[in-house]
Structures are given as C-alpha cells and as structure tokens.
Design a protein around this ligand. Sequence first.
Ligand SMILES: [Zn+2]
Length: 262
Amino acid sequence: MVSRTTDDYRAMVVAGCAAVCEPAFWAGFDRSSAAGFYDYFGQLTEHEPRRAAKFGLPHFCWLCINPKEAEDVQLAQEVIALIPQFLSRPNVLGIGEIGLNKNSRNELKVLELQVDLAARQDQLVLVHTPHLEDKLKGTRLILDVLRADGRIPPGRCLIDHVEEHTVKLVLDRGFWGGMTLYPESKCTAARAVDMIEQYGGERLWMNSACDWGVSVPLAVPYAAQELRRRGHDAGMIDRLIYGNPKRFLSQCAKFRLPEAAS
Ligand SMILES: [Zn+2]
C-alpha cells in the first residue's frame, strides 16, 4: 500500500475489504543502507496504518528484509538487528515476506537468520517463493529450512505465491498456501480457482499483488466473482476469501477486526 493512492483504499473499502495486510517488500530498487529499512519499518508501522484508518480500513503488516535484497549478508544482518524493536507495534503480525528469489547461498543464509528471529520472537511467518523458473526448487529449499529449524509449526507459516506445481507440496507438509493474483502474468483468478477446486480450500487463501508495478488492489473481490460464476455458494466464497485469512492471521493476538466486519 505504501505505493498506492488513496483511491485504492477507497475502492477496497467500497468492495467490502475488512482489512489489509502488507508484507515488507522490495521497493522496486535496492535500498543502500540499513537506515533506509529503519525508515521503511516506521512507514509500515506508523504512517501507513494512519493513512488506511482515514478510510476505515484496519492496516496490518509484516517486517523483514525481503529476499531480493538479501544477497548482501552484512546489510541483511544490520536490518535484522533493527526488527525486534518494531515487533511489539500494534499492527505487526509477524516476519515476512522472507524466502528466496534466486535460491542463492547468501539468500539461504539470510532466510535461516530470519526464521531464527521469528522462532525466538514467537512470530507468524509469511514466505515469498521465487517467481523465476526455479520456483519448485526454491519452495523445497524453503520448506526444508523451516522443517530443519523445527521451532515454528507449519500451521503458523503461509507459503505465498504457490502455483500448480508447488501447491500440493506446501499443503501436504501442513503449511498454508497463498495464491497471489496478478492481472496478466503469474497466477490469474481462473488458475487460483482451479487450484481450489482441485485441492480444497482448507489451508489456501488468495491475495493480491498490490505494489508499484502493474497490479490490481481489488484482485481478491474479482476472484470472488470468478468463484460465483463457477457456481460456488456464498458460504464457500466467504470462507475462502474472508474466513481463511482471518483464521490464519488470528493466530497473532494483535489481529483484530472491527465488530461490524467480524
Ligand atoms: Zn513475494
């Protein structure tokens, strides 16, 4: 949301969105120092929730150094050292989106450091899986890191950007899977609904790519239309696009929705 307009907030509220949850993310360019991340974490935990509140939308976030900036291990260590002071802020749900981008050795090292941070601080985990051709390999590596650490139950981890060739692996190992909807590339609403119909909706949810690039903040309500078009009933749609995220996120005591929305 840090790169979206107030019109986007208004559109989400009008479409019935009950809350927004924003991962710490790549800004589209690499930040040159830990100080840049310090300011970003302040933006995510102070400024952005205030901006969202003007439109009546609760704003939650995740904190980390994202995999695209994790190649510089020393910078990553400096950023990771900054995170604990922000974790008690009221809108912080956990550590994310951590994970892998190019599946490099340095990215793996930084992933392990952030899994350790999440475990020590008893945080939920949001995981980015690579968008490149190595998504399956990257997903396997990430799940192996989480399992090797062993301190975080799979049910407290959301493995995001799953696709047809990774969703079963994620669900079989007890994790939650996130399907990230993009307007033209990657996962479309139709593909997401195909996966739901194939694997069920027990530990799956949909989220929108919503950033500085071509992306659609209303992708989840649009996917609800696709579910309706295919004949899914209102209870199933509500469970999938509202109940499931609420069930996963409520594992963090700070995740509360206004009475009217709950
Ligand atoms: Zn991601």
